[in-house]
Ligand binder design. Structure first.
Ligand code: HEM
Length: 273
């Protein structure tokens, strides 16, 4: 009824759609004008590959795809970073180890001198982020339904009406999967015996899901998170504001109900020890 009459939440939604469409169409027009320079960009690839998707309308296809990427990539990445800094503030030794590692790879330069290749060598930072994702997966649970009746590898029979809930949050904290220290924040868990990054199968570390519907933005989000974390840790020591309650909200994304309040203390990484 609200939709038909253009009232309440439906009104807000259609206004928001209008703003979003105007923004995207403006970007597309800009792209058209600079066509030669942007042939290899994301929008150009979508235009080439999509050809309108099922709707046959290539602009709608691009708008929907970009909205999908924005929804999938924004709150997930920021939520993961909030939990990472929350855990870090409670584990100052880990913060120090990550800062030492950043310093070691700087080669005397500024944090901006760390490119994608160098970020990939920050093993401690990687371990810290993966621990945050294991303990606080931004998409904490997921449900799936079979399109037809089936038998799972476990032997469970599921019909087409079954709904299977997967709790990534619980899986990240199970002793049977991660061992006795499963509740501890331990970046070292992700170190290989050779000192590099240890790989864990996606069916064990499920923060990005697994199989054919696995997260398409995993590598991109890791680069983003590493860059943001490096920029902050290069400049600041992080402490939690005393008395501020930190707990998870009951939303689709495992955000912090009251946000994260921290104090930042300016440091000079080249002098910090
Ligand atoms: C820490 C950051 C992120 C986490 C934890 C995460 C996690 C996930 C998970 C669990 C899924 C599966 C959801 C489902 O099956 O319903 C998923 C799907 C997806 N993610 Fe991410 N994601 C992150 C960042 C991103 C970013 C930055 C992008 C892109 C810019 C992205 C794009 C996507 C897309 C397009 C899908 C749908 C894939 C499909 O259904 O085929 N994600 N992500």
């Amino acid at each position: 009824m609200e939709k038909r009459l253009g009232l309440g939440k439906e009104k807000k939604l259609s206004e928001a759609w209008k703003v979003f469409d105007e923004f995207i169409y403006k970007c597309l027009n800009l792209k058209d004008e600079n066509n030669e320079e942007q042939k290899s960009g994301l929008v150009s690839s979508l235009t080439r590959e999509g050809q309108g998707g099922t709707s046959g309308d290539s602009r709608k296809f691009i708008t929907d795809t970009l909205l999908n990427l924005m929804i999938a990539g924004r709150d997930t990445t920021s939520t993961a970073l909030s939990w990472f800094f929350y855990l870090l503030a409670q584990n100052p030794t880990v913060e120090k180890n990550i800062r030492d590692e950043i310093k070691k790879h700087l080669g005397g330069g500024k944090w901006e001198s760390l490119g994608v290749k160098e970020l990939g060598e920050l093993v401690y930072l990687h371990g810290g982020l993966f621990e945050a994702l294991r303990l606080y997966p931004p998409i904490a649970f997921e449900h799936k339904s079979p399109s037809t009746a089936d038998v799972l590898p476990s032997g469970h029979v599921v019909d087409e009406h079954a709904r299977i809930i997967l709790s990534f949050y619980s899986m990240g904290r199970m002793e049977g999967i991660w061992g006795e220290d499963c509740m501890e924040f331990k970046p070292e868990r992700w170190f290989s015996s050779g000192g590099g990054i240890k790989h864990e199968p996606s069916y064990k570390f499920t923060a990005f899901h697994a199989g054919p519907r696995t997260c398409l933005g995993k590598e991109m989000s890791l680069i983003q998170m590493k860059m943001v974390a490096t920029a902050i840790l290069y400049h600041y020591h992080v402490e939690l504001v005393e008395g501020h309650e930190v707990c998870a909200s009951d939303s689709i994304i495992l955000q912090m109900k009251y946000g994260l309040k921290v104090r930042l203390f300016l440091i000079n990484i080249n002098q910090a020890s």
